[in-house]
Design a protein around this ligand. Structure first.
Ligand SMILES: [Zn+2]
Length: 179
């Protein structure tokens, strides 16, 4: 089932690079890293966070505003982050299990924690579905908001990060753990 609402795009400059946010009035459609720009001399999160709404038609999109606030709090390590709604109508394929993986991860693996693919599978009541969890993580369209960067291999290695590569994943884990 496709979403027929108008979609607005915004770019947010973050410490990990330029994030593209796509949202309709009901929820976020996609959050992806357009260009990774991690630098070693990164100092102030506040300086780096900047919301630039690309399409001026709908700057009042509430979902984008909520998402921006969420990102500000995330990079400021603030605990109380109100999750903006996600528009799931574009999820396809093995939909229901993936949705369950995304929701479980978002709700049960908080800031600063990590989990393995197998453990997350267990949390969704399908302990043998580690591979399917991996697939759900690869298909995650809301990086940071659905924190697939917190999911690692059982041998302790990072695993993949379709959200922007291993450097970004490492940065996010270190950033969360150092807070
Ligand atoms: Zn939508």
């Amino acid at each position: 089932m496709a979403c027929h609402r108008t979609i607005t795009c915004a770019i947010v400059h973050t410490p990990i690079g330029k994030l593209h946010l796509f949202a309709c009035t009901a929820g976020l459609h996609e959050v992806c890293l357009a260009q990774s720009t991690i630098t070693d001399n990164f100092t102030s999160v506040e300086e780096k966070l900047q919301l630039v709404v690309m399409e001026t038609k709908d700057v009042s999109n509430k979902v984008l505003q909520e998402s921006f606030i969420w990102l500000q709090m995330y990079f400021a390590r603030e605990k109380a982050r109100m999750m903006p709604p996600l528009c799931m109508s574009t999820a396809s394929g093995d939909e229901s299990f993936m949705v369950k993986c995304w929701k479980t991860l978002e709700e049960q693996v908080p800031f600063g924690r990590t989990v393995t693919y197998g453990l997350l599978a267990g949390m969704t009541d399908r302990p043998k579905a580690a591979r399917a969890v991996g697939q759900a993580m690869r298909r995650n369209k809301w990086i940071l908001f659905v924190p697939c960067h917190r999911v690692m291999r059982s041998d302790g290695s990072l695993g993949q990060y379709s959200g922007g590569g291993i450097t970004v994943k490492r940065w996010l884990i270190d950033f969360e753990k150092s807070g």
